[in-house]
Write a protein that binds this ligand. Sequence first.
Ligand SMILES: [Zn+2]
Length: 343
Amino acid sequence: MLARVGTLETSNGVFETPILFPVHNAGSRNDGNSPEYWKEIPEMKTMMLNAHFIKNDSIYQRLLKKGLHNYFKMDGLFFVDSGGLQSRVYNFEINPIEILRVQEDIGTNIASTLDIPILPEDSITQNQHAEYIKKSVENALNCLKNKEREDMKLYAAIHGNNIKVLLNTIDYLNKRGDFDGFAVGGLVAKRSNFRQLVDTVLAVRKHVGEKQLHVFGLGGPSIIPLLTYLGVDSFDSSSFLTAGSNRIYYMPEKGSIKFKEMQGVSMLPCVCPVCSKNSFDDVRSQRKLIALHNLWTITYELRRLKLGIMEGNLEPYLEKRFEYNPLIKNAYKYAKTRMRGFA
Ligand SMILES: [Zn+2]
């Protein structure tokens, strides 16, 4: 069994994994429009931010003055990503050490190195593919060498449209540096090809060894149980928020449903503080309430998964859990078969 309950020891305390970092869009829209979930949900004191967005916004000066923990009034765990994806998509250069300094100076607990993401349309046969991988590897080692804050964890960001390339990258980095963990990108595109997703995560988990494994950009209600089963320690996602905007409600222990599909229903199927204190119509009409409820559902899910791991009944729980989602159920069945080869 690869699924594990672990700990992340930081200067702000010890946090149990698997853990979700909800994406906060501070910097991209000034202070961002995320609800202050960390003030409502005691077990969700985690946040994922983007160093590139912060660096180019007025919030940067305020964060330099106060530090992330004081600014957001969150005594929890911050993860600051580099912004590599934006630089690749919008085609501009970012300096890896400048990004590292932003991550250090605003006081994040975890930082990932500047990556040059491989996009789904990139072919492994193109010269650029090798060039991007080489650059990401150089950036990672460069950041590790130049890291000044001892208490900040540094995860090497890795990419690759090909499992072998990914594994070679991990081995190369492991030989040359002692990273606190690895953060894999580019898996969002593999969401529609579950076999490929399962194969990739399983292979990466094995090569990363005991180190922390983070998956970028995947953290919806049904993918979290699957990734946890595959041994992933942390994930980040903005889907709770976009789901709120699209009026998508996470169903506890099921998946998600559009409000408009809940015909003839007037009672919410959840007892979280949001759904207990507000009416069906109030939740349906307020994006922030849906987002908050969605995070409560994920909090419950993570706890349920941890209990399953600790009590040794994760598999029976997942069998039941995926009943309503045939696609993920197939991925889970496939993962279960593949897992035997990894035992
Ligand atoms: Zn609820």
